[in-house]
Design a protein. Structure first.
Length: 305
């Protein structure tokens, strides 16, 4: 093998591993950890504590994502969106991926125990178990509410961030937890609308697979409203400023308007198919990410300014 081919092979191999850990999901999880670190610290968090928490959180999420890929490789082989993943193509073997996932998961729990607090370590272990066993192995293939209860795993980073600083949990931490909990279905179901045919082919009972557009959009709207309510409630629970409150309402209005536009399509076209909802649904999905990222940023700024 020539040097150039060897280099290309290494790059391709590295890309396969990067895809396996799902870095975009990790980025979003870490974005929710930051406001917890700032709020728990009452200002700028200790640099080393913050760094340890973010690195440990990235390891935990990476390990859980790898194990999710191992278990879901039969589903991934059916769906066009995921049939190119490394475990499906054979670029990485299931044994190698399983070993990597376990090592990263165990290492992350030990990392938090040594560098932060016992509670943060315990919560990290619970988050991994919740995602790998609770969501991936049990709920995902059995109930249309999989993303609701399975989404609990995605709420743990705020608790872990808080516990890494204080080794305790307060009402503020739990308010952040439930904000992310109710945000998750409002964020993910619009994506599931766009990917309905994929999930149907793989026999994954996502809500858009088992019911018509109307009930799905109503659920998205309900979860969005509750998410916004928790974001406003955080103003009182965490004793934040009026600037935060105004920002939270504005961001919530932006999020709610995107959901409203999606609902108007269903109301104006009662017989609309999921295919006809793809564009507005993806718009909601993208706005939901911007909403959570924006809210996290506003919280951090409000604490330090």
């Amino acid at each position: 093998m020539t040097p150039s081919r060897t280099q290309n092979h290494r790059v391709s191999r590295l890309g396969a591993y990067v895809g396996l850990i799902k870095p975009r999901i990790i980025e979003l999880l870490l974005a929710t950890t930051l406001p917890a670190l700032f709020l728990a610290s009452g200002g700028w968090p200790n640099v080393w504590t913050a760094l340890a928490t973010l690195v440990g959180g990235a390891m935990a999420a990476a390990g859980a994502n790898v194990l999710n890929n191992v278990f879901d490789r039969d589903i991934d082989s059916v769906m066009p969106r995921t049939h190119g993943r490394s475990l499906v193509t054979g670029a990485i073997s299931p044994i190698t991926a399983t070993a990597l996932g376990i090592v990263l998961s165990v290492l992350s729990v030990a990392w938090f125990a040594v560098l932060t607090t016992p509670l943060a370590s315990l919560l990290t272990a619970l988050a991994i178990v919740s995602y790998v066993i609770g969501y991936t192995m049990i709920l995902k293939r059995r109930t249309s509410q999989n993303i609701v209860w399975g989404g609990v795993a995605g709420c743990f980073p705020v608790l872990i961030g808080w516990a890494a600083v204080t080794n305790s949990l307060t009402w503020t931490a739990w308010t952040l937890f439930f904000l992310v909990f109710f945000w998750t279905p409002a964020h993910y179901w619009p994506l599931a609308v766009s990917l309905r045919d994929d999930y149907a082919a793989a026999k994954v009972p996502m809500l858009p697979v088992v019911t018509t557009p109307g009930p799905v959009i109503k659920n998205v709207a309900a979860y969005t409203a509750i998410t916004i309510a928790f974001s406003v409630g955080l103003y009182w629970v965490a004793d934040l400023s009026l600037i935060y409150l105004v920002s939270a309402v504005a961001l919530g209005g932006f999020f709610a308007y995107s959901v409203y536009r999606l609902s108007t399509v269903v109301k104006s076209e009662p017989d609309v198919t999921y295919l006809g909802l793809t564009a507005p649904a993806m718009r909601v999905f993208q706005v939901s990410i911007a909403y959570l990222a924006g809210l996290s940023l506003v919280i951090c700024l409000d604490v330090v300014v």
